[in-house]
Design a protein around this ligand. Structure first.
Ligand code: DC
Length: 218
């Protein structure tokens, strides 16, 4: 069974995907971590991401593996799991995510993994492109000010001088980029159930999702 959760940055997709997967006994697959894993690998190879072409990508012979049990990401047999949230990785992952050859590697990895696993998988193009025939598709939205507030509360522990307006502008820019990518832009997938998480706790979002899943399975 495949359950997809798409939506903009900061809507809480990964948090609820993890909780929902736990409740159902499914594997949680965060597709963004594959984009981040490839980005970390490219940085480790000193690859100039802004000037990479098909030939150079082929030469790298990239192979990604997701270890669902331990939630680890391997690229060419190297474990990059501890680097997925590095600042440089966060900055460059959007560039990597707009390159078709990388998306193809990641699409294949996700589809292969789904052959043998029940999944809750979150990302930007999962219900629209990777698994258009998923059993249940959710699209999680959230008001921009609430998303900025959530990010601010997370970030201020690491960086007390962080400015909430700056975070809001970054999220707006990110939404614009994700929604206007020429390849696999963020869209509401056909037949997706839209849930607005603005005034809901993660537990309440999961509860709503479980209700839809129970209806579907009854
Ligand atoms: O959700 P995240 O920030 O970890 O995602 C990392 C990058 O990958 C971000 O630029 C969005 C992109 N992404 C994507 O293009 N498609 C997905 N299915 C998941 C993530």
């Amino acid at each position: 069974m495949i359950i997809t959760i798409d939506g903009p940055a900061g809507a809480g997709k990964s948090t609820v995907a993890k909780m929902l997967a736990e409740k159902l006994g499914f594997v949680h697959f965060n597709s963004g971590s594959l984009f981040r894993g490839i980005t970390a690998f490219l940085i480790s190879q000193n690859t100039d991401i802004n000037h990479i072409d098909e030939k150079k990508i082929k030469k790298l012979r990239i192979k990604t593996i997701f270890d669902g049990k331990n939630q680890l990401i391997f690229v060419n047999s190297q474990n990059f799991s501890n680097h997925l949230r590095d600042n440089e990785v966060s900055k460059r992952a959007p560039i990597v995510s707009a390159i078709p050859e990388f998306r193809k590697i990641i699409d294949d990895c996700q589809r292969d993994f789904a052959k043998n696993n029940n999944l809750v998988i979150d990302g930007r193009d999962i219900g629209s492109h990777v698994f258009p025939n998923a059993d249940i598709k959710f699209y999680l939205t959230c008001d921009i000010d609430e998303r900025a507030k959530r990010r601010y509360n997370e970030e201020k522990i690491k960086n007390p001088n962080i400015d909430i307006d700056e975070i809001k502008q970054q999220i707006i820019a990110r939404d614009k980029f994700d929604m206007n990518k020429p390849i696999s832009p963020l869209v509401i997938p056909d037949n997706a159930i839209i849930i607005d998480s603005t005034s809901l706790s993660p537990e309440q979002v999961v509860e709503k999702m479980l209700q839809y899943i129970n209806i579907k399975n009854s």
